[in-house]
Design a protein around this ligand. Structure first.
Ligand SMILES: Cc1cc2nc3c(=O)[nH]c(=O)nc-3n(C[C@H](O)[C@H](O)[C@H](O)COP(=O)(O)OP(=O)(O)OC[C@H]3O[C@@H](n4cnc5c(N)ncnc54)[C@H](O)[C@@H]3O)c2cc1C
Length: 341
């Protein structure tokens, strides 16, 4: 019988991260489908957090706690995960593909003589485990199954519902960890230069800016400053995440007018990111294939472009507004502002 471990960790606020809660859902589903035992492993700075964590009924709860685990660091995180896996005697380990676990779990799998697959989007199979992931920039879907154990499965965020339950009084077993010599000291976090975090994976809406924002407009002039204000205003009012076309983020290197808050991290597409959001709104972008590839997992797509023959109007968006995005976004921001007030 498989022994399933859901590996989770808390964020700065002391709660389990949303990606961790998604792992709990995925692990509970898998355990019930396979009739397997379920253990939840928590990495947290203090024992109180671990004790108030929502857990699936019947699951065994293990925790590694201590100040050394307050922040991400390879040596301490790898030791914590290894200890949890050994204590759970896990054959299948589910964990979120976040920056914290993604960088340590290949090493942990090696220490345990196991195998690992990353960037998974689904786990199926009635009697065996079948893990799904996309290859070649989300164009080919592969289904993997393995005999080797323990098998580490890192799931992408946004692929499962976050687990919710009343904080149960489950008994938490503390797992001791022998820490190796810690050569890395975490001195703090440094925020992006502009102070505005524009990439928000948990946002309902992805707002995408295209190169049109910095092109000459009908008056023959560029309005980059106004574009920046409209875009940042919308992000603030709607709580949206910001994406960009490649043309727009490339412009800085070409010496053209730029939006200073955009980096290549914002780029959506074949050579950029493939985020998951319920809705997406593209503005001043042509909707070319290499860009639209990155919209694969966006639920509902809308676009605003001046060009009635752009790629979006050719079947790539659910709704296209053939209109001036400067005018539409100014109006939209005004409505959102009024609604807020
Ligand atoms: C191998 C390869 C990989 C690539 N990977 C990516 C990728 O990952 N991501 C990506 O984005 N691209 C990628 N590209 C580039 C892609 O093909 C396009 O060149 C790029 O997406 C175009 O960006 P854009 O639509 O913002 O700019 P443009 O094509 O210049 O379009 C600008 C649009 O803005 C509209 N516009 C202008 N002013 C306004 C206004 N006031 N209101 C409304 N609309 C307005 C115009 O009508 C026009 O349609 C890749 C290309 C290759 C060859």
């Amino acid at each position: 019988m498989e022994s399933i471990l859901a590996l989770t960790h808390v964020d700065e606020s002391g709660s389990l991260t949303k990606a961790s809660l998604e792992i709990v859902t995925a692990a509970a589903e898998l355990a019930s489908r396979l009739g397997a035992s379920l253990t939840m492993g928590i990495v947290a700075p203090d024992a109180k957090t671990a004790a108030t964590t929502p857990a699936p009924a019947g699951a065994r709860l293990l925790a590694v706690t201590g100040e050394a685990f307050a922040q991400a660091r390879y040596a301490s995180d790898a030791a914590a995960c290894e200890a949890l896996c050994r204590a759970a005697q896990a054959t299948i380990v589910l964990a979120p593909t976040g920056s914290r676990f993604a960088r340590v779990l290949a090493g942990v799998a090696y220490r345990l003589g196991g195998v690992i697959d990353t960037h998974l989007t689904a786990i199926g199979g009635a009697e065996s485990v079948e893990a799904t992931r996309w290859f070649y920039r989300q164009r080919i879907e592969g289904i993997l199954s393995r005999e080797a154990r323990p098998w580490f499965l890192l799931l992408e965020a946004g692929t499962h519902a976050a687990f919710t339950a009343d904080s149960a009084d489950a008994q938490v077993e503390q797992v001791p960890v022998e820490l190796p010599a810690l050569r890395t000291t975490v001195s703090g976090l440094r925020a992006p230069a502009q102070g505005a975090q524009t990439i928000r994976p948990d946002a309902k809406l992805l707002f995408v800016a295209g190169a049109g924002w910095t092109k000459k407009q009908s008056d023959g002039k560029v309005h980059a400053a106004e574009a920046g204000e409209l875009i940042l205003g919308f992000l603030r009012l709607a709580g949206a995440s910001l994406g960009s076309s490649k043309s727009l983020v490339d412009q800085g290197g070409d010496g053209q007018p730029v939006l200073p808050f955009l980096t290549h991290m914002n780029q959506i597409g074949q050579t950029g990111a493939t985020p998951r959001h319920a809705k997406g709104l593209s503005t001043c972008c042509h909707g070319e294939e290499p860009h639209v590839v990155g919209w694969r997992f966006i639920g509902e797509r809308r676009a605003i472009s001046l060009d009635p023959n752009c790629g979006w109007t050719r079947g790539k968006a659910d709704v296209v507004y053939v209109a001036d995005a400067f005018e539409v976004m100014a109006k939209l921001n005004g409505l959102l502002d009024a609604h807020k007030g």
